[in-house]
Design a protein around this ligand. Structure first.
Ligand SMILES: *Cc1c(COP(=O)(O)O)cnc(C)c1O
Length: 438
């Protein structure tokens, strides 16, 4: 037996999504990744205990910080992403909040775009604000000089989403990352809507990627999960991050200069924030995410194919006022989409329906295959009215800047037969049209 696929160089994405990071020889040759359903690991002897707690030796002690099942998922995702290391969290928000807390402290600032996942906007505007971390928003996310104007000595991160929510906009990522790096600022991206299959964020200069693994990475919609991945090699000792300098001094002797410089962000994320805030993913959940990940590339190809067909159909429908999908030639993001998403810009789209909120709600009532749910990125097709759900409680100003109108519906296109999805939307939109006439 000479099985090597778990860490062989040069393998393609689909091969790695099945094999990377798991060597059966280290697990009684179990072909499935075992679920280490334990809270604690034996320490062995005193010397080993000290080495583990100093992080001088890789290993597991207490499952609030690490578990072998999670480790496989972390290594697999780091491989798919082309990154140095990853950390698993109990939810996407766990990954996003801990990632940013690792970077910004009281008195610090984050620069973010406005077209964000509703939960992230609330985190920034409420909780982070209460803790003295200020978020400064760029008004036009494709005006690169607008980012520059917001940068100060206190800026610790620029925060983007690969595909904006729910206006489905695309940012010129390369332009933003090169500006950020001029100032020694890392760029953090929520890549949930694209996944590493559709968008290789690190190739365009992004430094840290966060996921809600609840969505496409799993695809089956049975777990809440999050992951943060570090590209590796960002210069944390550039003067902007005194906390990282301190962390480096404290740990370089035990962990070693090479590893620490390569993975300083995720090391500190695990040792400080996973340990102190305790938002680790359970090993059961890691197992479920791994099951989903095995088919990621196949599902994403189908998601994109269906989305392209449906966007074209919706664009022609008389009940539809506007379709936001960057794969349409009519989209203002079409050129950026071709550059950054050669395999297709995902399967999220937003439409505005003729006849206002009433007509939009009628579509929701009439759909028979699309599920009325706030989730996204499921293998099944989903539809939601953002103003009354995902963006509920946002001010009118926040809604407009996020591209949420009373007549906006957001669709997450699944992998069902495209003709069934089109027929379902057609009958629901026709019902809305009928309603408008009455
Ligand atoms: C769902 C989602 C999140 C939050 O993830 P949870 O797993 O629900 O905590 C963050 N960002 C995006 C883009 C999402 O779709």
């Amino acid at each position: 037996m000479s099985y090597k696929a778990y860490n062989k160089e040069g393998l393609g994405f689909t091969t790695r999504q099945l094999h990377a990071g798991y060597n059966p020889e280290e697990h009684y040759r179990s072909k499935a990744v075992p679920i280490y359903q334990t809270a604690v690991f034996e320490l062995g002897d005193y010397e080993r205990c000290v080495r583990l707690f100093e992080y001088a030796e890789e290993g597991h002690s207490y499952v609030r910080f690490s578990n072998p099942t999670n480790q496989v998922l972390e290594e697999r995702l780091a491989s798919l992403e082309g990154g140095a290391a990853a950390v698993t969290f109990g939810s996407g928000m766990g990954a996003i909040s801990s990632t940013l807390l690792n970077l910004a402290h009281q008195g610090d600032e984050i620069i973010a775009v406005q077209t964000l996942y509703g939960g992230s906007t609330k985190l920034f505007n409420n909780t982070f604000k209460d803790y003295g971390i200020q978020t400064r928003y760029v008004e036009d996310e494709n005006d690169i000089e607008a980012y520059r104007e917001l940068i100060t000595d206190k800026t610790k991160a620029i925060y983007l989403e690969c595909i904006g929510n729910p206006s489905i906009n695309i940012i010129d990522v390369e332009a933003v990352t090169s500006l950020a790096h001029e100032y020694g600022i890392p760029v953090v991206m929520d890549n949930t809507f694209a996944t590493p299959y559709l968008f290789q964020a690190f190739d365009y200069g992004v430094d840290i990627v966060c996921y809600s693994a609840t969505k496409y990475l799993s695809g089956h919609g049975v777990v809440i999960a999050g992951i943060a991945v570090e590209k590796g090699g960002f210069d944390w000792l550039n003067g902007r991050f005194p906390e990282f300098e301190e962390f480096y001094k404290e740990n370089v002797a035990q962990i070693g200069e090479e590893v620490l410089k390569r993975e300083m962000f995720t090391k500190r994320l695990r040792m400080r924030y996973l340990t102190d805030l305790g938002a680790h993913m359970s090993p059961q959940t890691a197992f479920y995410v791994l099951q989903g990940l095995e088919t990621l590339s196949l599902r994403m190809d189908r998601h994109v194919e269906n989305a392209g067909k449906i966007a074209k159909f919706l664009e022609e429908h008389p009940a539809v006022k506007a379709v936001s999908y960057p794969g349409l030639e009519s989209s203002p993001y079409y050129e950026l989409s071709k550059k950054y998403f050669p395999k297709g810009p995902g399967a999220m789209m937003a439409i505005r329906v003729n006849g206002g909120q009433e007509a939009a709600l009628r579509v929701l009532e009439q759909v028979e295959i699309f599920d009325y749910m706030v989730n996204v990125g499921d293998a099944k097709s989903l539809i939601v009215h953002p103003a009354s759900s995902t963006h509920f409680g946002h001010s009118e100003e926040e809604l407009i800047s996020a591209g949420v109108y009373p007549d906006t519906l957001r669709l997450s296109i699944g992998i069902e037969d495209a003709k069934d999805l089109i027929a379902d939307l057609d009958q629901a939109l026709n019902a809305a049209l009928e309603g408008n006439k009455r």
